[in-house]
Design a binder for this molecule. Structure first.
Ligand SMILES: *Cc1c(COP(=O)(O)O)cnc(C)c1O
Length: 453
């Protein structure tokens, strides 16, 4: 019985895969938030280094991973791919289930794959300090680790309520040398304005983004960094899927179905794009399924149109599936999935029916996470349990139909900082959340951003 399929350090991919090269329909261009005209590289230059702006629009199929980035990757990559024998047995399914495990990274998720790359390019262009926002702290901790590796300063604006409720992620960021500021803060105009209006504001991701962006836009040596949604972020994550392609080959298998949880699209892109490539270029028919929360169902119930990436409306307009940038998802425990929109690439692929999506209630997800922990040992991040729930659905369907499907999913992070979520589940405090049509359309109806043909 082979449980895990391991690669050598020398197997770490030398290039990221850029799916833009193989998409049948190109994406619509991002638009300037003020003029509503397509933006150029110079519009993004105050916030991002030029190399990342180039990658954002690159049509090159393969983008070389710098040696310095691969050297840091070696601290935890290649990551293992497991055959989930115990889960298969527990479900009594003819399906074969495999999972790629990204929880072995220092920050405990897939996010360092892009954090390390982004910090490297910033440093190469002379940037001394980065700013970012974080909700529950997963992105903030990944970027703290990466900045520490390359000797850059980092300021993290952390949503105030999480800052007080999730102190351990903050301590993690401090350990890697980052400064963590509860947002709204008195350190920026945006923060001071909010505090003047509501001194007790618990903060939000939108406010934290405004603070971090203001800092970068007003300091020459400081740039801003984002952990999902953008094209270059999705591309960096393909390092994990490219490893998985090799590992599935070593296992003598090829997936019929690839599954990942979906927040802004980065870990989904990471595992699925390298397999989707076989559909786009070799006529394979892998089903790639994004698993989103029913309380924030942009892929299954959102609208494809231009919308802002942030709540406030400062970012470029992105062609995306969205619930409206002012949509406030119910406070479910999978914080990383509570985002109103989806990245442009994933949105175009969904529109072209090249990928699929399923929405799940949180009780089904926690049940799936507990089954998985009892079968395979790892306690998954609440985000990751959404993927596990889809895997269980598909494995049971395979059993019903008597078809031995091969399923691969991305276990994108462990849940060891999320025990309070599991505690709430065990205490019966969690509920499913059914969005009414009214709630669903409330913010779409008032959107005045450009629609698409
Ligand atoms: C951030 C995060 C997500 C959601 O972000 P994506 O960009 O969609 O991957 C999902 N799972 C974990 C563990 C995360 O940290």
């Amino acid at each position: 019985m082979v449980r895990k399929i391991l690669l050598q350090e020398s197997d770490i991919p030398t290039h990221w895969y850029n799916v833009q090269a193989d998409m049948p329909n190109p994406m619509l261009p991002p638009l300037h938030p003020g003029t509503k005209q397509p933006i150029g590289p110079e519009d993004l230059a105050p916030l991002f280094p030029m190399e990342l702006i180039k990658q954002e629009v690159s049509q090159e199929r393969w983008i070389e991973i710098p040696e310095e980035v691969r050297d840091v990757y070696k601290l935890w990559r290649p990551t293992p791919l497991f055959r989930a024998w115990n889960l298969e047995k527990m479900l009594d399914t003819p399906a074969k289930i495999y999972y790629k495990y990204e929880g072995v990274s220092p920050a405990g998720s897939h996010k360092p794959n892009t954090a390390v790359a982004q910090v490297y390019y910033n440093k190469a262009e002379g940037v001394k300090r980065l700013t970012t926002e974080t909700g529950a702290g997963q992105w903030g901790s990944a970027l703290s680790f990466a900045c520490n590796q390359f000797g850059l300063d980092l300021e993290v604006f952390m949503v105030k309520i999480s800052y007080h409720q999730k102190p351990y992620r903050k301590v993690m960021m401090n350990t890697w040398g980052a400064t963590v500021i509860a947002s709204p803060s008195d350190q920026t105009n945006a923060g001071r304005q909010i505090l003047a209006e509501s001194p007790d504001s618990p903060g939000s991701l939108g406010i934290a983004i405004s603070e971090a962006v203001e800092r970068a836009a007003t300091n020459d040596d400081t740039k801003y960094s984002l952990g999902s949604v953008l094209n270059h972020v999705l591309t960096h994550q393909t390092v994990l899927g490219l490893e998985a392609v090799k590992q599935m080959e070593m296992a003598g298998d090829f997936p019929d179905i690839v599954v990942a949880p979906f927040g802004g699209g980065s870990n989904f892109a990471g595992i699925s794009f390298p397999f989707l490539r076989f559909n786009l270029t070799e006529g394979k028919k892998v089903r790639c399924i994004a698993a989103e929360p029913a309380s924030c169902p942009k892929l299954t119930k959102g609208e494809f149109r231009y919308d802002f990436g942030d709540t406030v409306g400062m970012t470029p307009l992105i062609p995306m599936y969205t619930l409206g940038h002012q949509f406030v998802p119910a406070p479910i425990h999978a914080g990383g999935l509570r985002y109103h929109g989806a990245g442009a690439i994933v949105s175009q692929l969904l529109k072209d029916q090249l990928i699929e999506a399923q929405a799940l209630q949180q009780l089904e997800c926690f049940e799936a996470g507990i089954k998985f922990a009892q079968a395979e040992g790892v306690i998954a991040a609440p985000e990751a349990t959404h993927g596990i729930a889809v895997v269980i659905r598909e494995a049971l369907k395979a059993k019903e139909e008597g078809v031995p499907k091969t399923i691969l999913f991305n276990l994108c992070g462990h849940g060891y900082f999320d025990m309070s979520a599991y505690a709430d589940y065990f205490d019966g405090k969690l509920e499913d959340h059914h969005l009414s049509d009214e709630e669903l359309h409330q913010y779409l109806n008032i959107l005045d951003t450009p629609s698409v043909a």
